[in-house]
Design a binder for this molecule. Structure first.
Ligand SMILES: [Zn+2]
Length: 315
């Protein structure tokens, strides 16, 4: 039996490497180490550039740049992990059987509202941006900010510059007002890298149906997340509950727009049955058995591949 392929839009490996000095290759305790990703069949992985928002803006940028350095020095490895910044690099990674590795910023506090810093990150290979973490910053309010405001003027400028550069915008962690501002303002690719359906499990980190419908309409993408508290009531959440979110998004018409963004190495409550990347192998079997090979493969990796192919620059 050959393992199914899987694409995953969100892990916090770089954050763990920076904080704990964890190794990605070789003997590693990371939930999404190279070995575990490969055992799970992962062929595409987005690595988040996450910084705790309570750090000062200047320190945040330093930390993001240090994580970019870790990515190129300790994650990327010839023959095993290829940095992907374009369609052509994605094609080459596939051809060589390498793990396609992409960078996305989680929380735009480090930009300090400056589009120049966004352009520098783009030049360093960052292809996606989530404007906030849970709190407010110079760009917008996050989903846990009581004020619940949308984009600031600086946030609008950053979104316009992302449009121009051709970066994808990640709605995960953004406030509801921020999500509707982005959907009105952004012409380019929009996705939610790690979020579930609020209609299935009411949590501010999960997406309301109108946002899911809007993402489906504009050929965006939604990555279901395995943080247990976003999946179901914490005391009884299991990998089975992920199918309730998946079925709901499929019911809304999302068969071309849904996949997974695990949050491995970032989740506070790992989900029983989907606690590390190696668990993708048996889970992917379940997905194929439940939905059939064609739809199963779309959910597992082809939908995200389609999204990336449309979102990335040619070269
Ligand atoms: Zn997150």
């Amino acid at each position: 039996m050959t393992a199914n392929r899987v694409a995953d839009a969100h892990v916090d490996v770089l954050w763990r490497m920076l904080g704990d000095g964890a190794a990605f290759h070789g003997d590693s305790e990371l939930r999404a180490s190279y070995c575990r990703l490969r055992r799970g069949g992962v062929c595409t992985q987005v690595f988040a550039l996450y910084v705790p928002p309570h750090r000062q803006s200047g320190t945040q940028l330093e930390q993001v740049l240090t994580c970019v350095d870790l990515f190129y020095r300790e994650v990327v490895r010839a023959g095993q992990v290829a940095p992907v910044r374009s369609r052509e690099e994605l094609r080459q990674a596939r051809e060589r059987g390498e793990l396609a590795a992409l960078l996305s910023l989680e929380g735009g506090g480090c930009l300090r509202g400056q589009t120049a810093l966004l352009r520098v990150l783009y030049d360093l290979g960052v292809r996606g941006v989530g404007l906030t973490w849970n709190d407010a910053n110079e760009l917008a309010d996050g989903c846990r900010e009581p004020r619940g405001a949308g984009l600031t003027e600086a946030g609008r400028q950053v979104v316009r510059e992302m449009n121009r550069l051709g970066m994808w915008l990640d709605l995960a962690h953004l406030s509801d007002a921020g999500m509707s501002d982005v959907l009105a303002l952004m012409d380019g690719p929009v996705m939610a890298s790690h979020a579930n359906a609020r209609a299935v499990h009411p949590h501010p980190r999960n997406l309301p149906d109108e946002v899911i419908r809007a993402l489906i309409r504009r050929r965006g993408w939604i990555g279901l997340v395995f943080e247990a508290s976003f999946v179901a009531p914490l005391e009884r959440a299991s990998s089975e509950d992920v199918f309730r979110h998946l079925d709901h998004i499929l019911d809304l018409g999302g068969e071309d727009c849904v996949g997974f963004g695990s949050d491995f190495d970032g989740a506070s409550h790992p989900l029983p049955g989907l606690a590390d990347a190696a668990d993708y192998a048996p889970f992917a079997e379940q997905v194929v058995n439940r939905y059939g090979r064609d739809l199963g493969e779309k959910i597992l990796w082809k939908n995200f591949d389609r999204f990336l192919t449309e979102a990335l620059p040619n070269r």
